[in-house]
Design a protein around this ligand. Structure first.
Ligand SMILES: [Zn+2]
Length: 261
C-alpha cells in the first residue's frame, strides 16, 4: 500500500449506506480510480463539500494494486467550475462529458490526454457561446484521445480522397449532394464505395469540413466557429451513433439533454 498524490476530477458519485459515498475519479496518472469516501455525508466531514460531481482537485489516496476500491486520504479542491455549475444547460452538458469518459475509460489505464481534455473543456464550458457545438468538439476530440477517432479525409474502404458526391438516399428515393459517413467502417466512404454500408449517414460536405475544424481547433478559437442548423443536426446524429457504437451504452445524460434542453 503506497500513498499517492494526483490531480483528479470527480466523474461519478454513488451513495453507500447512510454517510459514505463511492467516488469515481478521472486522473492523468492512474486513469479511472474508484474510492470510498467514508463519512463524507456526515455534517462533520471535512471532505463533504469538496467531493461534489465534476470538482477538480488534488487527490491523496492509499493505492492498493488489484483492488477495486481505493481509500481516500484527502482531496484539495482546485476548481469547482462555479460559472458552469450555476447554468443548467452547461452543468447538464458537463455531466454528459463525465459520463462519456466514465463509459469508455478502463480503471488503472492512464491517458493524460483525456484528463487534460476534460479539465480544459470544463474551463471553456464556463464561457462557451454555442454549448452544443462545444459538445460536438468534445466528442470528436475525446474519440481521438481514446483511439476511436473517425477517418474524415480518405475513404475507409479504398483510401481514395473523399469529396462531396451525389449519394443515394434510400428513404427519399432522391439523390443529394453529400458525403457518406459509415459508423461501422469508422469514417467516410467515397462515391464508389458508399453502397458498402446501407446504414451510412449522408452529411453535407460542409458538415464534414466543420468536423475536421472542431477536431483540430483549440478551445480559445471555438467562439469564432459558426455552425448552421443543418451542421448541428448532422454532426449530432453522426457523432451520437458513433459514440453509441463504441461505448455500447445508452448514455443517460445524453437522453436527458435530448428530452429537456
Ligand atoms: Zn472508396
Amino acid at each position: 500500500m503506497a500513498a499517492q498524490k494526483t490531480q483528479a476530477i470527480v466523474i461519478r458519485t454513488f451513495p453507500l449506506q447512510e454517510f459514505h459515498k463511492i467516488i469515481t475519479f478521472y486522473t492523468p496518472d492512474f486513469g479511472k480510480i474508484k474510492a470510498v469516501a467514508y463519512g463524507v455525508k456526515s455534517p462533520k466531514s471535512r471532505l463533504g463539500g469538496s467531493l461534489e460531481l465534476l470538482n477538480y482537485g488534488t487527490l491523496l489516496f492509499q493505492h492498493r494494486e488489484n483492488r477495486e476500491l481505493q481509500n481516500i486520504t484527502d482531496f484539495n479542491l482546485l476548481d469547482g467550475f462555479d460559472a458552469m455549475r450555476s447554468d443548467f444547460t452547461r452543468i447538464t452538458y458537463g455531466c454528459y462529458f463525465a459520463e462519456l469518459v466514465d463509459s469508455i475509460a478502463s480503471e488503472g489505464v492512464s491517458n493524460p490526454e483525456i484528463f487534460d481534455l476534460l479539465r480544459t473543456t470544463y474551463q471553456f464550458l464556463e464561457h462557451a457561446d454555442d454549448v452544443p457545438l462545444l459538445a460536438r468538439g468534445f466528442e470528436i476530440k475525446f474519440l481521438d484521445c481514446a483511439g476511436y477517432g473517425p477517418e474524415l479525409s480518405r475513404c475507409v474502404h479504398c483510401s481514395s480522397t473523399v469529396k462531396g458526391t451525389f449519394v443515394d438516399e434510400k428513404s427519399e428515393s432522391t439523390r443529394k449532394f453529400g458525403v457518406a459517413f459509415s459508423v461501422r467502417y469508422g469514417g467516410v466512404l467515397c462515391g464508389d464505395c458508399e453502397n458498402r454500408d446501407g446504414a451510412a449517414f449522408t452529411i453535407a460536405p460542409g458538415s464534414c469540413e466543420l468536423l475536421k475544424m472542431l477536431r483540430k481547433s483549440e478551445w480559445d478559437r471555438f467562439n469564432r466557429i459558426r455552425a448552421s442548423t443543418r451542421n448541428h443536426k448532422e454532426l449530432k446524429g453522426v457523432l451520437g451513433s458513433f459514440i453509441e457504437y463504441h461505448t455500447e451504452r445508452n448514455l443517460k445524460s445524453l437522453r436527458f439533454i435530448e428530452s429537456v434542453l
